[in-house]
Design a binder for this molecule. Structure first.
Ligand code: C2O
Ligand code: CU
Ligand code: CU
Length: 500
């Protein structure tokens, strides 16, 4: 899978890794960007230093034989192993504005990269497939945490192998904290919990059964949370902050409580909303995060409340999965096992969000149109498939310019739901329209879509057009935008994006 081709600037991939970073087209993606990130000498307590290793491991998941995985292992400079959940990688917590230094080693038998999903980092630190680290190779990631407090994650991004590597177990969580959030008196410590949702299939020897699954993508036979098929969490009569990441390759969830409690959403991809939202269910497509204020104070001792994914109509799904897209599934249970005193109240204001306005966009009357389409079995984005070094004129965007982009999921046959994701700076959703004849899909999910706040991934339903407002504020260089259905991404539903 390694791409030995020479870049436009005549450099090999290995030259790029050694630190000569001048790409073709006059784009400085390396040392210049680094100069932007290292603004001053960090104080010792502002530097988080981590050793991160990608390597084959094995974990007991089902009774009997352990499952062979590829996983991330994280150790802090102090020699302390970062906490992990099963086969999933470390759960990192860093303070906003801190410097994160990650000494990465690839002990997998193939190329990989580490992408920091949702984090606004210099292009050279973004894990672009041209930065592939070969087997036995190392890369030092160093960047400042510029994002708001929130729940982010990291996963591989090698050329055409992202879906496979994530399916093997490669994913970790990175939580950013900041003083503003700490002032809100939200649940902390043991009442602030992280859950990674992934669907998987196993063979008769308890090993991963993975295949890319045609044009629809991979749909596993069962849903795992934090690497467990039957996760049961013990809680008290208190309020919990529950952070959910959909780390699945293809599956979209419609999260709801089994007892009809509202899903009280306090944060989405890029941290706290301006104000909480109480919804009957919340949608979570691959790559997205959501944080829930879960109030178990009125649940009787001993009672179980389950988290489930409700039925919805996703449109075309491309095949015959055992557990099809949009079907009901049970995810995990919470059992109330102790009486606690908790008098906290849900804040009515959570954060201040500067809202982008369409009238400030440089192209307000002329949105950049990005079609999602399909030719044969191949999904295209912006009318093209992915090439490591391809760039189209409308994929070159000036840094700092507010633009409106319109994604159109309304062309041709087999129109399906896609989670769209942009690397680099977060964006805001302006609006969405549903073309006549396509309401039956959107109607089954619309109450649970969080459109406000800062986003890096959003679900576009069949027959929809979604307009977003983007501004790549901080870094120039080569980034990506793509479908976060990882099989779609690998089959080319991804494009380069140059910020200049
Ligand atoms: Cu989480 Cu380019 O992806
Ligand atoms: Cu990303
Ligand atoms: Cu897709």
């Amino acid at each position: 899978m390694a791409d030995k081709a020479r870049g436009k600037g005549g450099l090999t991939r290995r030259d790029l890794l050694k630190g000569t970073f001048l790409l073709g087209g006059g784009l400085l993606v390396g040392t210049e960007s680094l100069a932007q990130v290292i603004r001053g000498k960090p104080k010792a307590n502002e530097l988080a230093y981590l050793k991160l290793t990608a390597r084959p491991m094995s974990f007991p998941i089902l009774p009997g034989e352990a499952t062979q995985t590829w996983s991330y292992e994280g150790t802090y400079l102090s020699g302390i192993a970062a906490p992990r959940a099963g086969y999933l990688g470390p759960i990192l917590r860093v303070i906003r504005d801190a410097y994160l230094n990650v000494d990465f080693t690839n002990l997998l038998p193939e190329d990989t990269t580490v992408h920091w999903h949702g984090l606004d980092v210099p292009a050279i630190m973004d894990g672009h497939p041209i930065m592939a680290v070969p087997p036995g190779g190392k890369f030092n990631f160093a960047f400042r945490i510029l994002n708001r407090a929130g729940t982010y994650w990291f996963h591989p991004h090698p050329h055409m192998r992202t879906a496979f590597q994530v399916a093997k177990g490669m994913a970790g969580v990175l939580i950013v904290e900041d003083p503003a959030e700490a002032g809100l008196n939200l649940p902390t410590g043991n009442r602030d919990r992280v859950y990674v949702i992934q669907d998987r299939s196993f063979d008769s020897q308890n090993q991963w059964a993975y295949s890319p699954g045609g044009a629809g993508g991979f749909l596993g036979t069962q849903v795992l949370v934090n690497g467990r098929v039957d996760l049961l969490e013990e809680v008290g009569t208190a309020v919990y902050r529950l952070r959910f990441l959909n780390g699945s390759n293809t599956r979209i969830y419609k999260l709801a409580w089994s007892n009809g409690m509202p899903m009280t959403v306090i944060a989405s991809d890029q941290g706290l909303l301006a104000a909480p939202r109480s919804l009957p269910y919340v949608m979570l497509s691959p790559g997205e995060r959501v944080e829930i204020w879960a109030d178990f104070r009125n649940i009787p001792l001993g009672q179980v409340v389950s988290l489930q994914s409700q039925e919805f109509n996703p449109g075309w799904t491309g095949g015959s999965a055992t557990l099809p897209q949009g079907y009901y599934c049970h995810m995990m249970d919470y059992r109330v096992t102790q009486v606690l005193q908790d008098t906290r109240t849900l804040p009515s204001i959570l954060s201040k969000i500067e809202t982008y306005r369409l009238e400030d966009a440089t192209n307000k009357n002329n949105p950049r149109i990005i079609p999602l389409s399909r030719v044969g079995a191949q999904w295209l984005l912006n009318g093209a498939t992915y090439g490591l070094h391809d760039i189209l004129p409308n994929e070159i965007v000036p840094r700092g310019e507010l633009q409106v982009w319109e994604f159109r999921n309304d062309i041709g046959m087999n129109i399906m739901a896609h989670p769209m994701h942009l690397h680099g700076s977060p964006f805001q959703i302006l609006d969405r329209t549903t073309l006549p004849g396509f309401e039956q899909y959107y109607d089954t999910v619309k109450v649970g879509l969080i459109e406000e706040g800062w986003k890096d991934t959003f679900l576009i339903m069949p027959g929809q057009r979604v307009r977003i407002l983007t501004k790549f504020a901080n870094f120039t260089g080569r980034f990506l935008y793509h479908c976060h259905n990882l099989e779609h991404e690998d089959m080319g539903m991804m494009r380069n994006l140059d910020i200049v």
